[in-house]
Design a protein around this ligand. Sequence first.
Ligand code: MOS
Length: 731
Amino acid sequence: MATPQQLPANSPVGRETRRIDGPFKVTGLAQCTSDFRFPSMLYAVPVEATIANGRVLKLDTATAEKMPGLRAILHRGNIGRIFRATYEAGFEGITEEGRPPFEDDIVRYYGQYIALAVAETFETAKAAADAVRATYSKETPNVQTHLEPDNEPDVVLTTYGPRERLQSRRGDAEGAFATAPVKLDRTYVTPTETQNPLEPHATTALWDGSMLTLYESSQGVVNLRAVLAQMFGLPKENVRVITKFVGSGFGCKLYPWPHCALAAAAARQVGKPVKLVLSRKMMFQSVGHRPRAQQRVRLGATPEGKLVSIQHNYVYERSMLDAHHEDCGEATPFQYSVPNLRVTFGRSKRNIGAGADMRGPGRVPGLYATESAMNELAEQLKIDPVKIRILNEPRLDESLGVPFSSRHLVECFEVGAEKFGWSRRTPEVGSMKRDGLTVGWGMAGCSWGSARDICQASVQLRDDGTVRVATATQDIGTGTYTILAQLAAQKTGVSIDKVEVALGDTSLPPGPLSGGSLATGSLVPGVFAAADKAIGSLLVVAALTPGSPFANHSPDQLGFESGRVFVKSDGSVKGVPFHDLLRAANLRLVSGSGRSEATLFSHDKPKFSTHSFGCHFAEVTWQAEIARRNQIQGAVVMGIGMAFFEHTTYDPQSGAPINSSLADYLVTVNADAPPIDVHFLNYPDTEINELGARGIGEIGLTGIAAALTEAVHHATGIRVRELPIKIEDLI
Ligand code: MOS
C-alpha cells in the first residue's frame, strides 16, 4: 500500500505560491482576445438566423449597406471559399461543428450565422447586422425534450472517430438481471447545460499576405491552428494562434467554432484586421453545450447488496449535422465490481447547435445516473450508501482486466464519512432535524480519467540567472503559468520569480490542450525533459570552455543541483552558479527541448487503468412549510448549479434558447455556495509522471449531483430523477 506523499522541504512544487498571472489580472494588464487592437481594425457582427429549421430564401442587405462606416455584408455569395476540416490525429483537426459557416442555405438551428456585417465601429456593425432582413422558408423545429434513439447503425461516427454503440459488455447482463433477487430499473434525465465563461468567445483575425494570425479565446491553440489551416487551405506554418489569457472556458473553447472562421474569412476579404466578439445570447446558440441526456440504469443485486448485473443505456441529443459524443457510459464498466454488464448508447437529432464537451463531459451526467441508482439500491436494501459501495469495490478494472495505477476509493469513502460525521446519519427520510429544519445527507462516488497529451517544451538557462520555459499550452485561469514556473524552478534550482513563462502561442513548441484535466500531467515530463537537455548542454559548456573551473573534467563527471554545477566526486557544496559559467563562456543562454508522448489515443492494451477517484458528502436543509432553496449547505459550486439551477430550455415554436442570458440562466452565485470542505488523500500516482501531478478540474463535478439528490431524498422522501431539482418537485 502506498503511503501519502512527503514533499522535500525546499521544493517549489506542491506548496502555496503566488500566482504569477495574478498581478496582470488585477491591474488589467492581462490581455484577453477582445483587448487586442490594431491600426485600421474593423469590427464584425454576425447575423443570426431567427428560425431553427428551414432555408434562407433571400437576404435584403440594402438598408445595412447604406450605413456610413459599413465595409461589407458578407454572406454565402461573397465570402470566398471556406473548406471543411477533418480529424488528423491526437487532439488535432477537431471541430464540434463540422459545417463551415455559410456552406449552404439551410438553417438547422436558431442563431446559426447567415451573414456577417463588417464595419469601422462595433456599433455600426451591430446596427447593420440588425438591419439585414432574411426571408426564410420555415419548418417546425424539433426541440423535443423526450429522447428516443434515432435508427442508426451499430457503429457511428463521432468527433474523435467511429464508435460502437455497444460500448462495453461482459457476461450476460440481461439474463443475470432477469434472475436477480433484487432489481432496480430507473431513468435519469439531465438537461441541456450551457457553458458560460466570464469572457465570451472572441476572435481577432489578421490576414497578411499568406499569413493568418488569430487572437482567439482558446483552450487549444495547436488544434485551432490545424483546423484553420485546413479551412483556409494554408500550410500550418502560415497560421499562428495567440491566446495569452482566457477568462475561463469549461470546455466550450476546446475546439474552434464558426465565428472564428468568419473573422478569418472577413479579414481575408477586406484586407484589414477584424475583431469578432460574441454576445452572451450567441453564447447560448452557436458555441456548444452539454447535451440533454436520458439514461436508463438497471441494477441486479443479491439481498446482501452485491451487484450481479449492470445495464446502462443512454440517449443524448445531438445537432442535425454534428457528432459530439456525450460519453455517459465511460466510467460504468470499471466503477464497481460486477460480472455481467452492458453499456449502450443512442443519439437523437434536434434542431439545436452542436453539443460540446462541458466540464467533466460524459462522466458528469453518467455518474449522476449510476451513482443515483446505487443510492436507490442501497435504500431498497436498507444498506448504508457507503457500505454498498465498499461491498462492490473491484480489485482491478474489470472492463480491461488490468489493475488501477491508483484508486484509493475505499479510503476516500472512509475518510469522507469520518470527516463528515456520516455515522450520525439516521437513514429514515426526514429523521434528522436541526434548528427547526429537516436535514438531509447524501453521498456519491466520483471519478475522472487521468491521462497525458503530447507536450513539447523548451527550457533556457540564461546568463543573468533567469530561466525561460515555453510551450504552446494555455492558461484558462487554472494556474498553468504558475505551474510551468514551478516545474522549471524545481529542475533548475532558481526561484519562481526568476522564471519567465511563455505559453499560448503556436509559434512555441506544441503543448497540451487545456482540457480533460490533462494539461498539468502532460507538462511535467515535457518540461522536465527539456530542462534536463538544457542542463546537459550546460555541463558540456562547463567542461569544454577554456578557463572554466571544470575544464579538466568530462561532462559526465559533472553534476547539477540547485542551480549549480559541481564535480560529482567533490559533492554539490563546491558548485558554481550556472550564470557564472555562461558569462565566462560569453553565452547568453543554453537551451534544451523536451518531448513527452500522449498516453491517450494508443490502441495498445494499457498496463494500468489510470483514473482519479473521489467522493462527495453533502447536506441539504429543508423547511417544508416555505420551501427555502437557499438553505442548502455542503457541495461544490458548479455541482450545486447542476443539481438545482442550470438548464437551457428551447422554445418549441421558434427553436430559440429561451433563457439565453445570465439573468435567466441561473448559475450558482456566492449566496448559494455553502462552506466546502476538501480533503485530498495525497497519494502520488507516478504512472502519469514522476511527480504524480495531475489535473483536478473535472473530477470534482462528477458525482456531486447524485450526492445532492440523495440528500434531498433523505430530507424530503422525494426522489428527483430529472435535473435540475425544482421547487415544484418538492412541494
Ligand atoms: Mo474540459 S470539458 O475538458 O474543458
